[in-house]
Design a protein. Structure first.
Length: 625
């Protein structure tokens, strides 16, 4: 590590701490101020903050690996998460969520199902899950940033006592970074998180631009064309994924065949099925939900979500594409000539490129950018998780009438405890990794069906939500346990075959089991209180099957119109997905010097942006609070 690079990193850390602590005094007015910034932060700052929180190190390393191996088609792998969620939120969900005027995702559930036993059951399961997920992800970040820093930085930070290693080097690195991030996150709440994330976003953009510029200066078109096969740049596909690497890189074809995505047509079909329902279900109870609830108005919520899409993908994929091009030219020949390669080799492409193929100065800025990516994601979880502890558990069930000063102290303590628990669990990272995977699997397995129905069906109630979430979680957990123990089953047995089915293909089963739980739970219990339904529908005004509720409202002499925007919203979502995809493809084609396809992607971006101006933006401007 050159002196200049070290100075850049230390300067970044000092400025981040200074900014975070400077704005922290604004967070002492109450819970709304601490966790939502008093709903006073401008939408474009929240959009930059939201985009920065999604620009994480682990995700970036994964995207580098799949783009390297699969080529441009890999952008469709993002649909598994599903990345469309941001499009659906932008088009209509942000408006629906913001109209609730609550503080957290689980508190929002009470506005839909009421505050009786059924409503509290659904509320409690969401709150507990949000806290557990935050702790699990902090543990995951602890392990990830420690290993990343030890690959990059040369210093041995291990702590020894009487000849025994008390702390490994990666654990010390992780503790230092987490300690520094926690200082301003706990002290300043949402104000400090947003202020520092805007700064961190700008650093990440500069890093991406510099890496891209470096590839254009240092690599020729001939070098890139010599290593990248023509099929690598093709987004179209058939039922099976065709092998396209040439003889020198034949091992890459074998790696593709062993990763479970060979039946690419079926894989994309499942991602489309899952992507739609998971996107309509809305954001999980995490930092994304907090940004929506932090906006000043309903209009701002929609603007913020749209702006997140706009600012996230182009700079992120400029950075990813630049790293991949350097890896293809310099590392691919070495990997191809090695004895064997596996998925782990793809995960370390990012640090390998940074270590060996990025010049002094740019390296320091890139490391500061990736460190910023970690700190922004980490701080977002540290701010979001304790909100559920304080507002949805402590305040609701233990001390509902305390002062704002008391709740702020409990918020500080809760944030500290969440970080400590995450760090403690991070010391057992080998087992925590599996727990984190279980959380994410159960999240989308148990979350999708119940949260899809809550928007569109008036009869769906709190017990239906609870049992739908629980049944989906159970079947998703069984699927995870099968996958985790797949090497222990007898080849040819039913369990062996089930365990080796990629998780995406089992999603319909999880969906149907969760749907059964929703339906049985709903019809075996009473409907939600009519007053709750009327208030929810009057405030949120979703589309779907709400005729009985509209009838009850009209009987009271209140005029309320049916939401007839379903067709327009779905059209906008389709256009939005194409718009989002163009922002991913455009920088990739630009960096690999395929200018005709880059111009096509740019043209699609301009056309879809123009369409959305008339079909989405003009509609949002007409909203009234």
């Amino acid at each position: 590590m050159a002196t200049l690079d070290v100075i850049i990193i230390l300067l970044y850390i000092a400025v981040t701490l200074g900014v975070g602590i400077y704005v922290s005094k604004k967070a002492s007015k109450g819970l709304d101020s601490y966790f939502l910034g008093g709903k006073s932060i401008k939408w474009y700052y929240l959009g930059l903050s939201n985009g920065s929180g999604m620009f994480d190190v682990s995700g970036t390393a994964w995207m580098v690996g799949i783009l390297f191996l699969y080529g441009v088609k890999s952008f469709m792998f993002m649909w598994m998460w599903p990345v469309w969620n941001q499009v659906f939120i932008m088009m209509f969900l942000a408006v629906w969520i913001r109209r609730s005027k609550v503080m957290t995702g689980s508190e929002w559930i009470l506005t839909r199902f009421g505050d009786d036993k059924a409503g509290r059951a659904s509320h409690f399961i969401v709150a507990v899950f949000a806290v557990v997920a935050a702790i699990g992800f902090i543990a995951y970040f602890f392990e990830g940033v420690g290993k990343f820093m030890t690959v990059i930085l040369p210093w041995d930070m291990s702590v020894n006592f009487i000849g025994y290693e008390v702390l490994a080097s990666e654990q010390c690195y992780a503790l230092i970074i987490i300690f520094l991030t926690t200082i301003y996150t706990i002290k300043g709440g949402m104000f400090s998180v947003v202020a520092t994330e805007v700064l961190q976003y700008l650093i990440m953009v500069v890093a991406g631009l510099l890496v891209t510029a470096y590839t254009f200066i240092y690599l020729t078109d001939a070098q890139i064309s010599a290593i990248i096969p023509g099929e690598w740049k093709n987004i179209f596909f058939g039922w099976e994924l065709e092998t396209f690497w040439n003889r020198k890189e034949e091992k890459f074809n074998h790696l593709i065949d062993t990763q479970g995505y060979k039946m690419f047509g079926a894989f994309i079909g499942m991602t489309l099925f899952k992507g739609f329902f998971a996107s309509v279900a809305g954001p999980t109870p995490s930092y994304d939900m907090q940004r929506i609830l932090s906006t000043r108005t309903v209009k701002d919520a929609a603007y913020m979500s749209g702006f997140t899409n706009l600012v996230l993908f182009i700079p992120r994929y400029l950075l990813i594409s630049g790293i991949v091009v350097l890896a293809l030219v310099f590392i691919a020949p070495q990997l191809a000539s090695s004895g064997s390669i596996n998925g782990n080799d793809l995960e370390i492409l990012l640090p390998q490129v940074i270590n060996n193929h990025i010049p002094v100065g740019i390296k320091g800025l890139l490391l500061a950018g990736l460190l910023a990516a970690f700190m922004s994601t980490f701080s977002a979880f540290v701010n979001a998780g304790p909100a559920y502890i304080v507002n949805d558990i402590y305040k609701k069930y233990f001390k509902p009438n305390a002062t704002d000063k008391h709740y702020i102290k409990i918020s500080h303590l809760s944030s500290f405890l969440v970080v400590v628990l995450g760090v403690v669990m991070g010391f057992f990272a080998e087992s925590i990794n599996s727990i984190t995977l279980w959380i994410t699997s159960a999240l989308y397995g148990g979350y999708v069906t119940a949260n899809f129905l809550k928007w569109i069906w008036w009869r769906f109630n709190g017990w239906g939500y609870f049992w739908g979430m629980l049944s989906g979680l159970i079947i998703a957990t069984l699927q995870f346990l099968l996958d985790f123990n797949k090497d222990n089953f007898t080849p040819g047995s039913v369990l062996f075959e089930l365990a080796h089915i990629p998780a995406i293909y089992l999603f319909p089963i999880i969906f149907l089991v969760s749907l059964a739980g929703c339906i049985f739970g709903t019809f075996l219990s009473r409907p939600t209180n009519s007053a709750t339904l009327k208030e929810f529908y009057t405030n949120v005004r979703p589309w779907g099957w709400w005729k009985p509720v509209r009838t009850m409202i009209r009987e009271e002499g209140i005029s309320i119109e049916k939401n007839k925007d379903f067709n327009l919203d779905m059209f906008n979502c389709i256009v939005g997905i194409i718009w989002q995809s163009s922002m991913i493809l455009m920088p990739i084609y630009f960096v690999v010097r395929d200018y005709p396809k880059a111009l096509i992607a740019l043209s699609i971006f301009i056309v879809t942006t123009t369409i959305l101006k008339f079909t989405w933006l003009d509609k949002i401007k007409k909203y009234k609070e």
